[in-house]
Design a protein around this ligand. Structure first.
Ligand code: RNT
Ligand code: ZN
Length: 424
């Protein structure tokens, strides 16, 4: 623990009182913190540079992905992105993971197409992750490329385009496995494709048949489950694929169950009033593991920074209350270029962890009331729990993990902005 200051003493005093209060409700706060520190969150590298990557392909982002804002200081090189990530990680309690996209390959200035990538192009990331004690997760990149320009990839009518993307998918799984092996922790390799149609298609069936075929080809080469876990990410609609998404929910749920893959639930990929919280215990009846893309849609899949919303709390609550912390891989997926990007990472990740903490501190009397058919008490206790002093526990957790307490992290971000971002 850092130097003992007046402020840290106050944090500790508040913690002792909070702990007592929780003990009175049957909650062991020390035990909750022990569990919290073991739950990794996979930070998405793409918040740091507006999903640009390092290929410089000249192609626009595409795939229906849209980043708005032009806040200065975007990371332009792997070194800059790592510097910014190190800053964000120094403000976030616990040990976490980094989620990379294939377009963040380091090719030493050489043009390497997506179907030519190999683990060597990620050696810099792997070494850095090892130094930082981070696990890595991975994603093939099926957008921002001339061969994805018409909005179709793995389900494309042209077999040559499908072949190109199948090759990319296979290589990315091998890269994921190499990352997992090198770091001694399985890499979740998540596949999302933009394929779909702006207007009513005449044929909804053939692209889906082609997608099954392409996916089967990608997943054919056997890889150790120990080092690589494949996930597939469905979606309701996208910009430019409003009327039809080839990889829809039913499509990928069926695929994941029959092929034993992880299903990725992205919080922005459903109808706007739908929450993924309820879906966890539904899909977990059939799938041993899943991946989450925790995000925040505002009216649409807008990928706003994750805030401490009811929705977020409900997601964390379902992970913890159902004992899914080991089976549900938590990843973040949002991108906002209108604010300081390191602050965006910090706000979203700290919120995810805070929501997990709140869930770990849930008084057992709530569940007991339900088990005893006392629905009045269940509601009353659920609402009372919102006012319990969990903020004091959170502050103490930050203190004990040597990261800034409360808004103090913002000062660090401002300093980094002046000393580092302003010079870019
Ligand atoms: C797109 C998906 C996908 C991407 C990232 C960049 O709708 O959510 O996960 O956001 O791969
Ligand atoms: Zn996503």
């Amino acid at each position: 623990m850092g130097v003992v200051t007046k402020k840290s003493k106050a944090v500790e005093r508040a913690y002792v009182l909070a702990k007592e209060r929780y003990a009175g409700m049957g909650v062991d706060v020390g035990e909750a913190l022990k569990q919290l520190v073991r739950i990794p969150v996979s930070l998405h590298c793409w918040q740091g540079d507006d999903v640009r990557g390092f290929e410089d392909s000249g192609t626009e982002l595409g795939g229906g992905l849209a980043v708005t804002g032009n806040y200065p200081g975007r990371a332009r090189t792997p070194g800059e992105l790592r510097t910014d990530l190190e800053k964000a990680l120094s403000l976030i309690p616990g040990r976490h993971r980094l989620n990379l996209h294939a377009c963040y390959a380091e090719t030493g200035g050489k043009k390497v197409d997506r179907n030519e990538l190999n683990p060597g192009h990620f050696q810099g990331w792997i070494e850095w992750a090892r130094q930082q004690d981070l696990g890595l997760d991975f994603n093939p990149t099926f957008f921002a490329h001339p061969k994805a320009a018409d909005g179709y990839t793995l389900s494309h009518r042209d077999p040559a385009i499908r072949k190109f993307w199948v090759e990319h998918g296979i290589l990315c799984r091998q890269i994921g496995a190499a990352m997992g092996k090198a770091l001694g922790t399985p890499c979740v390799t998540n596949l999302w494709i933009p394929d779909g149609s702006k207007d009513t298609p005449a044929d909804r069936r053939a692209p889906r048949e082609r997608l099954v075929e392409s996916l089967d080809a990608i997943f054919k080469p056997p890889l150790s489950h120990r080092w690589n876990r494949d996930a597939v990410e469905p979606k309701l609609f996208g910009i430019g694929s409003e009327s039809y998404v080839v990889g829809s929910h039913e499509f990928y749920l069926g695929y994941a169950i029959t092929r034993k893959k992880l299903l990725c639930l992205d919080a922005g990929h459903f109808h706007p009033t739908e929450s993924i919280a309820d879906k966890l215990s539904a899909v977990m009846q059939y799938l041993p593991e899943i991946l989450l893309h925790v995000s925040r849609g505002v009216r649409w899949d807008s990928d706003h920074v994750v805030t401490f919303s009811d929705d977020l709390q409900a997601i964390a609550r379902e992970i913890i209350a159902n004992g899914y912390a080991e089976q549900v891989h938590i990843g973040l997926d949002y991108f906002d270029a209108s604010i300081n990007r390191i602050a965006a990472w910090t706000v979203g990740t700290r919120n995810m962890i805070r929501a997990l903490l709140l869930a770990l501190l849930e008084p057992p009397a709530i569940r007991a009331a339900e088990a005893g058919d006392d629905l009045t008490s269940r509601l009353a206790l659920q609402e009372e729990a919102r006012g319990l002093p969990w903020g004091a526990v959170w502050d103490y957790y930050c203190l004990s993990q040597n990261v800034p307490v409360g808004q103090a992290w913002l000062g660090e971000v401002r300093r980094h902005e002046q000393d580092v971002l302003a010079l870019r």
